[in-house]
Design a protein around this ligand. Structure first.
Ligand code: C5P
Length: 227
């Protein structure tokens, strides 16, 4: 079978990462969660007081981009690659509501996107990759052999995210999560550089009422039909 590039884009908390990760495992492909990379830059900005309540020193963040080195390292026990910032494992730190609240403004910065897109394109050079995000089928790999656009209602997505965050021990309300999901979607879809949108040749899947198994099943079939 030929190795292909599979681009999975969609709104926040559509369960893209869960399905993408399992799909990569099934196909013996590399999986890359590009949201984790934007979250890593946001974590750096927060740690260095470049963004916070009521301020965003975007020019200073741009100046510091060379100080940001993002890598992934596979964790055998967890069965997926964790994200590292300058050698430090930040997998848990980037999943907080605080990072979620600042990640979309950080992701509007073209210099940030340029740096991360370059790294993502290098990772996909050998194909055999499943990458998920917002601009994978439109900007990172416009020639990807298989493009998926995941959707689900905002409430379904907020419920999923809320459950996930509670399970991880975060203390927050459903309304806070819903507000974050809808705000992020708005900023992500309306930004000037690489807005979230369905690529013309992407296959749209509304997974509001689909189990992970059903989604995985159809994605494997689609991938095998092409590869
Ligand atoms: O996928 P996840 O929800 O973790 O992504 C976090 C944020 O990172 C998104 O809301 C979006 O602002 C940004 N992002 C992006 N482009 C990508 C992946 C994520 O702008 N390819």
């Amino acid at each position: 079978m030929n190795k292909i590039i599979i681009a999975i884009d969609g709104f926040s908390s559509t369960g893209k990462s869960t399905v993408a990760r399992q799909l990569a495992k099934e196909l013996n492909y590399i999986y890359v969660d590009t949201g984790a990379m934007y979250r890593a830059v946001t974590y750096f900005a927060l740690k260095n007081d470049l963004i916070g309540e009521g301020f965003f020193h975007s020019e200073k963040l741009i100046e510091r981009l060379d100080d940001i080195n993002i890598t992934f390292k596979f964790n055998e026990d967890l069965g997926f690659a964790e994200v590292y910032l300058n050698g430090e494992n930040i997998e848990k730190d980037i999943r907080t509501l605080e990072v979620s609240q600042y990640v979309s403004p950080v992701s509007t910065i073209s210099e940030v996107r340029q740096k991360l897109v370059e790294q993502q394109q290098l990772m996909g050079k050998g194909k055999g990759i499943v990458m998920d995000g917002r601009d994978i089928g439109t900007v990172v790999f416009p020639d990807a052999e298989l493009k998926i656009f995941m959707t689900a209602s905002a409430e379904t997505r907020a419920k999923r995210r809320y459950k996930e965050l509670l399970e991880r021990g975060h203390n927050l309300s459903y309304d806070e999560v819903l507000e974050n999901v809808t705000t992020r979607d708005y900023i992500d879809s309306t930004r000037e550089d690489s807005p979230l949108m369905k690529a013309e040749d992407a296959i749209e899947i509304d997974n509001s009422d689909l189990t992970i198994e059903a989604q995985l099943d159809s994605l494997i079939k689609l991938a095998k039909a092409i590869a």
